[in-house]
Design a protein around this ligand. Structure first.
Ligand code: GLN
Length: 292
């Protein structure tokens, strides 16, 4: 094949993705090209007439073929941006979602009202996956926060640790392997802030998810049991032992779950305030509980 330009590659790649029924074909084609060439957006726009070498086109084509076959772009390129930070991802962790950024934002906002900036707080992220919540809290939260990231899977903790290093906060984090609150209960570890985005898809609905989610993201990070609420139910059992006298809890929940989880948290009698935060689509997405 004779050499093609970046502009032609963009057309070819987006056409191929579109033919394979992939949404956002043009965006993804540009992304693949920029990734293969190591170019930023400005460079891409100003160098549309650059002639690609055979190796460059091969690298682009390889990415496009994998995406056309259903693999999420984030696993192909190995990263996803979260809260303006780049997170390494791989198929052992869930790809961080933009709505989870709102959870981190709300936790930091409420924490500023509850404690002083230099308060030494013990923070925990249950089921940290890529470490998106834990690492971001360590980056943007108070300077004396100590964040514990837990996960049942060793590979997830290794990924989260890499992300902590990458963002210069490894000294603020510790990593604990175990099932939900169990390791904390065993160590009688109490916390000021408890964050979690547990798996919450009802088992039956997992099969209906997009192919790029159900065939590629880890099932253990998605499936929340029959009604999707298993992990909240289990965590609620341990809250009275884990939370300090003054505490903040922030959980992400799935569609139609916010009211139920809010009710359960209210019923524990531990909190003075429990409320729901909606995502940009208007879905009740986070349940926040404050204990003062
Ligand atoms: N805590 C991680 C995130 O928010 C992983 C969540 C999960 O695997 N369910 O992205």
């Amino acid at each position: 094949m004779s050499a093609i330009t970046v502009r032609e590659a963009l057309q070819k790649a987006s056409r191929f993705l579109r033919e394979n029924n992939i949404e956002d074909a043009t965006f993804l084609a540009e992304y693949a090209i920029r990734h293969a060439l190591g170019w930023d957006r400005t460079c891409f726009i100003s160098r549309m007439s650059h002639l690609l070498t055979a190796e460059e086109w091969d690298a682009i084509e390889a990415i496009i073929r994998r995406r056309a076959a259903g693999e999420p772009m984030q696993y192909i390129v190995g990263s996803q941006e979260f809260y303006g930070l780049e997170f390494k991802v791989n198929p052992s962790v869930l790809i961080p979602r933009p709505e989870t950024e709102l959870l981190v934002e709300e936790i930091v906002k409420r924490a500023r009202e509850l404690w002083s900036e230099d308060a030494k707080l013990s923070v925990v992220d249950i089921g940290t996956g890529s470490g998106a919540i834990a690492v971001t809290l360590a980056v943007i939260g108070g300077r004396s926060w100590k964040v514990t990231a837990t996960d049942i899977a060793e590979e997830s903790l290794a990924t989260a640790c890499l992300n902590a290093e990458r963002h210069g906060v490894k000294h603020k984090l510790s990593f604990v392997q175990g099932d939900l609150l169990e390791p904390l209960l065993q160590q009688e570890h109490t916390v000021d802030i408890l964050a979690s985005n547990p798996p919450y898809i009802p088992s039956f609905d997992v099969a209906q998810l997009d192919m790029q989610v159900k065939d590629h993201e880890p099932l253990r990070a998605l499936d929340g049991g029959e009604d999707g609420l298993d992990f909240y139910r289990q965590m609620i059992q341990g809250l009275s032992c884990i939370l300090k006298e003054r505490a903040l809890l922030g959980w992400e929940v799935g569609i139609h779950q916010a009211e139920i989880v809010r009710g359960w948290l209210e019923d524990t009698g531990l909190f003075s305030e429990v409320y729901i935060v909606r995502d940009l689509a208007g879905i009740g997405r986070h349940v926040i509980a404050v204990r003062v």
